[in-house]
Design a protein around this ligand. Structure first.
Ligand code: ADP
Ligand code: MG
Length: 701
């Protein structure tokens, strides 16, 4: 019967080649099954006909019956649109079209009754319906349809223009379902249905599209979400298992003198409990015989670098070389500096390899990597070049991983016959639910504690009128010996504009507030690497008081004496970026400050972001909020994972279901790793189906 649902959508009554083409392009709907799994995003009570005078809010849908008059083209040639008046016995409201103008003019007959449906919006200070759905009002058929709750499907302009607005899509699905009687087989095993009290598949599909009442919508969607999430978990967990099963790794048996010596004599501070725990987790992973693939999560400033370093010492104790790869030259250099200074007095050789390493130095590095005398290589992308060969690479750290592509990471893997252990460090925390899905095939360690004595960064949101106060505050802080960052947004369209913005802002600042007595570093993306390093280095060494920069400063930079972060046009930054930037201060023992400057005009979302920043410094909370505001689409890693194809479940709202299905998935695979028992046959069949349908997801690391 599978074959019926696999029929091409053109075979459905009401879909010709043209509509099929548009459905494919706009919604990815190709076969019957795709349409069946295109779910409403909300429901409205369509049996209700409102009056024009009921339209008092722009956040619900309204259905009105009335007549259309005074259709009229307005505006000039460039901004032409159509207005019309819609009238019922209570009053009139405007209709507006910006596109398909000729069609609109031809479509409506003055005096005839229409039924319009849509969400009002405010235009020129009045409620209007922009591009409403309109049908001829036919009393008989309206009564017949008689159904109360109707699903609203999201549609696009192109679809609407081809008669496939929310209601058009609904009609197609109704037609499809009418042919599906006795064809919607169960896809979940009976034992799961009864254990979790899930609605059967047929009832779920019918009711998600055409609910008989509102409680059944919840049951239907829960069942469909459950199934969707369970299948995702089974895929990810299955992949993780096969990864662990197949890939033999180096076994790091000993904790030796290098590690112990460092721990006892060189460690500049006591490890936090979280750091200790994570090191233990990694250590256990490195000696179990399989290759480690682990994600290290920790908030900004939680001390991930030190953990990486200590694991590298473990590798060294076991006779292996290590490599740390960072996304930028600045970061690599900084890792190099801080690590060499921590390792001072120990007999460990560390080198830095970046795009700007001189040829002579490069040759020396290449040679000492091959003869094994070099223990730790720190660098940028330069370390993955083919000319870089190791004697015995055992451990790889990838810092701020989202900046590297999968292919680049795989290259590092291949630098040893037996692949090295891999530790991926994130720049910013990822919400748990997302980590469970997107990074489900990596093991995860979390540093959930900051080093003691850190005071939360005091954060405020200020407008231009407070500029003088801000400048005065900067002066005070510099007098106290502190350093200051001033960051300007990166405007992606053009680095030139970006630079101009930075320079203008900087010039304005100096104009209002001359600070000849202070030294300033300037850093932006168009500078040569060596100039960047020079400017950065002056700031790190305390030779400059203010660092004026674009977001190149964003990730990882560590200057404990810097205590003020001023972010200009902060409304233009995303939450995780703001959090990263703020993380540049508050790294020493001093009270630190983050000042978010913004324009007066803020979008709702922009305002919300700044509020969240002022409210909390907890990176995990910020990550959750980010996910809620933006959805998972923009978050790191999601593109590769397939979670964006979710049809009904939501990574933001269905956290309970994610945890439930994660646990169930683990339980199932534990008892039946190959899903070969009869009771899991349905699951196995579905997974095979999915595999057939799409490319294998590829390893994250
Ligand atoms: P991130 O996790 O953001 O990469 P870093 O590794 O850069 O954090 O560490 C932030 C700062 O905290 C560094 O200056 C580091 O030396 C310091 N640090 C790390 N661990 C500890 C600790 N256990 N106690 C005190 N300071 C620490
Ligand atoms: Mg870091």
């Amino acid at each position: 019967m599978q074959s019926f649902l696999e029929s091409n959508i053109t075979y459905l009554k009401g879909v010709g080649p043209k509509k099929a083409e548009i459905l494919k392009k706009e919604l990815g709907i190709v076969i019957f099954d795709d349409l069946l799994n295109y779910f409403p995003f909300r429901y409205v009570d369509k049996s209700r006909i409102y009056k024009v005078t009921d339209v008092v809010s722009d956040n619900t849908y309204f259905q009105l019956v009335g007549k259309i008059s005074s259709l009229e083209k307005v505006g000039d040639k460039r901004t032409r649109y159509i207005t019309a008046t819609f009238t019922d016995d209570s009053g009139s409201i405007g209709l507006i079209w910006f596109r398909g103008l000729q069609w609109v003019l031809n479509r409506f007959v003055p005096g005839r009754k229409y039924i319009i449906f849509g969400k009002p919006s405010v235009f020129k200070n009045q409620f209007n319906f922009v591009h409403p759905e309109i049908e001829d009002y036919d009393v008989e058929s309206f009564k017949l349809s008689g159904q109360r709750l109707e699903g609203i499907y999201s549609s696009t302009e192109k679809l609407k223009n081809s008669g496939l607005g929310a209601r058009g899509i609904s009609k197609l699905i109704k037609e499809l379902l009418s042919q599906c009687t006795n064809r919607l087989y169960e896809t979940l095993p009976e034992y799961i249905l009864s254990k979790y009290k899930l609605l059967d598949r047929e009832q779920s599909l019918i009711n998600i599209h055409f609910p008989s009442n509102s409680t059944i919508i919840t049951k239907a969607s829960e069942r469909l979400k459950f199934e969707e999430l369970l299948l995702i978990q089974l895929q990810i967990l299955g992949q993780k298992n096969s990864l662990n099963r197949k890939i033999i790794g180096q076994t790091f048996e000993v904790v030796g003198s290098t590690f112990n010596d460092f721990y006892e004599k060189h460690l500049p501070f006591t490890l936090t409990d979280a750091q200790k725990r994570v090191i233990k987790e990694i250590r256990a992973d490195m000696r179990n015989g399989y290759q480690m693939n682990r994600l290290l999560q920790g908030d900004v400033g939680s001390g991930k670098t030190l953990v990486a370093l200590m694991c590298m010492l473990l590798a060294m104790d076991n006779g292996f070389q290590s490599c740390i790869m960072a996304p930028t030259e600045i970061l690599a250099t900084q890792h190099f500096n801080s690590i060499t200074s921590m390792l001072q007095g120990m007999d460990i050789r560390v080198e830095l390899l970046t795009g700007s390493t001189k040829k002579k130095k490069r040759t020396v590095i290449h040679e000492s990597l091959i003869d094994g005398s070099l223990h730790l290589l720190i660098g940028t992308h330069a370390v993955i070049e083919d000319t870089v060969k190791f004697n015995n690479l055992g451990f790889v750290v990838i810092d701020e991983q989202h900046r590297f592509g999968v292919a680049q990471r795989a290259k590092l893997w291949r630098k040893n016959k037996v692949p090295p252990h891999v530790l991926v460090m994130t720049a910013t925390p990822i919400p748990r639910t997302l980590a469970m899905t997107v990074y489900g095939n990596l093991d995860i360690s979390v540093i959930d504690e900051l080093p003691p004595g850190r005071k939360p960064v005091s954060t405020s949101h200020l407008f231009e009128k407070s500029r003088l106060r801000v400048l005065g505050f900067m002066r005070e802080q510099i007098k106290l010996g502190r350093q200051i960052y001033v960051v300007y947004p990166l405007i992606r369209e053009s680095e030139k504009v970006d630079l101009k913005n930075l320079m203008d802002g900087y010039a304005n600042m100096l104009h209002d507030f001359p600070m000849p007595e202070y030294q300033v570093s300037v850093l932006h993306g168009r500078m040569k690497p060596e100039d960047k390093d020079f400017e950065m280095q002056r700031f790190v060494e305390g030779k400059t008081d203010i660092m004026v920069s674009t977001t190149v400063i964003e990730v990882g930079v560590d200057v404990p004496n810097a205590s003020v972060m001023i972010i200009e046009n902060s409304e233009r930054f995303g939450l995780s970026q703001l959090h990263q930037l703020r993380g540049r201060v508050g790294r020493g023992a001093d009270q630190s400050y983050c000042i978010l400057m913004s324009g007066y005009k803020l979008s709702n979302e922009g305002r919300k972001r700044l509020e969240i920043m002022v409210d909390t410094t907890d990176g995990f909370k910020i990550a959750e909020a980010d996910l809620q505001l933006r959805g998972p689409g923009d978050l790191q890693g999601t593109q590769q994972s397939g979670v964006l194809d979710l049809k009904i479940a939501s990574l933001v709202h269905d956290t309970d279901l994610i945890t439930k299905t994660r646990n169930l998935g683990e339980e199932i695979l534990q008892n039946d790793p190959a899903l070969s028992s009869p009771q899991n046959m349905l699951l196995k069949k579905q997974l095979e189906q999915i595999k057939k349908g799409k490319q294998n997801w590829g390893r994250i690391s």
